[in-house]
Design a protein around this ligand. Structure first.
Ligand code: SAH
Length: 347
């Protein structure tokens, strides 16, 4: 029988386990604290837990840990990229970004991705598997342990489509924001989706205070279909309606991500069309100069075109920022580091 994945359990589930093995439920809180506050990686480190209980726990459960394969630092020291190995040998990547307002970690939610967005490196090798809540948490825990720096913000914008791994994602968020755990504020968490509408609505109903980001990347279905296969199934207006619903339910401002690809989605008419679609919605547009990947010939928009796009949106009174590029010298675009590692090791 498979062992229980201890780090993926909520505090209540952990209490349940202790009841089942006829031990004291108050031990659950201690164990939970070892796992999610003190960030230990094995039972031996849980010094206030009786040896007998530790042995019993290790018979029925396990603590899965990520191990570091590689760590790259950007030239300015503001970005670190981590390549981690999972217990089954698969690899994933996470990024630590140091801002004035605190440290932000960008985590992966799946190994590989099935969404197939044309400009994204994460999708090239296809989908391998979902990450468990423990594996999502451990990206943050390991980075905090290794860097010795506190993580205050988390963005689920690495490899994978988080809403395609919905139950594990929600569990991960609840543990990460639990006051008995690392206690990261829900308001400091952003989940980015390519637009799985039903799951967006379900997330709205969870009563979480996290930010939802929609990867829009286009002002109309036609342009979106050229970049994102999901656009053949979900039209922009239903994705935007799901965002409106999310805002109604949570009061959280929506983020629209818009990666700027030269000649494809960066024309002034695209900015005007986008503005007409989203004006009136409490939102924020994040313009991302597309990070070219070697497998595709998309080019980044020129900075004057990005600036012009921004000016047009602002004329419509839309909040907009241009995302500062960080870590391009260390393959920091989604999936690039993992991809180059797999390419190197498989030859
Ligand atoms: N599956 C989620 C998370 C993906 S990564 C989603 O689709 O939102 C986070 C963002 O980075 C998405 O908006 C994604 O479209 C974008 N992205 C991926 N590769 C990129 C690249 N090479 N250049 C710029 N943005 C990219």
């Amino acid at each position: 029988m498979a062992k229980i994945d201890l780090k993926s359990l909520s505090l209540d589930e952990l209490k349940e386990i202790l009841v089942q093995i006829k031990d004291k439920p108050f031990r659950a809180k201690q164990i939970y604290e070892w796992l999610h506050v003190k960030l230990v990686t094995n039972f031996d480190e849980m010094t206030n837990i009786p040896k007998q209980l530790r042995e019993r726990l290790s018979e029925i459960s396990e603590i899965t840990n990520l191990t570091v394969v590689d760590k790259l630092e950007s030239a300015g020291g503001e970005t670190s990229k981590f390549l981690f190995r999972l217990y089954d040998g698969r690899v994933l990547e996470s990024v630590l970004m140091r801002y004035h307002h605190g440290n932000s970690v960008c985590i992966s939610s799946q190994v590989g991705c099935k969404m197939g967005c044309k400009f994204c490196a994460s999708t090239i090798g296809g989908f391998e598997r979902n990450l468990t809540p423990a594996e999502m948490l451990d990206q943050i825990y390991q980075i905090q342990r290794i860097s010795g720096e506190r993580v205050s913000n988390v963005v689920v914008m690495g490899t994978g489509e988080p809403l395609d791994n919905y139950d594990n994602l929600v569990k991960f968020i609840r543990i990460l924001t639990d006051e008995n755990g690392l206690n990261i504020s829900q308001r400091n968490i952003t989940v980015s989706t390519c637009g799985l509408v039903e799951k967006m609505k379900q997330l709205a109903d969870e009563e979480l205070q996290i930010t939802l980001a929609l990867s829009l990347h286009a002002p109309n279905d036609n342009v979106r279909q050229q970049l994102m296969p999901i656009a053949n199934k979900v039209d922009i207006s239903s994705a935007i309606k799901a965002c409106e619903y999310y805002y109604q339910k949570t009061g959280r401002r929506i983020t629209f991500e818009y990666s700027m690809v030269e000649g494809v989605n960066d024309l002034p008419e695209h900015a005007r069309e986008l503005a007409t679609r989203i004006k009136g919605l409490n939102c924020h547009v994040n313009l991302i100069p597309v990070n070219p990947i070697k497998e595709r010939d998309y080019r980044q928009s020129e900075s004057k075109n990005i600036q012009n796009f921004k000016n047009i949106l602002e004329k419509y009174r839309i909040n907009v920022t241009i995302r500062r590029e960080m870590g391009t010298d260390i393959n920091a675009a989604c999936g690039q580091l993992r991809k180059s590692y797999i390419d190197q090791t498989s030859v």
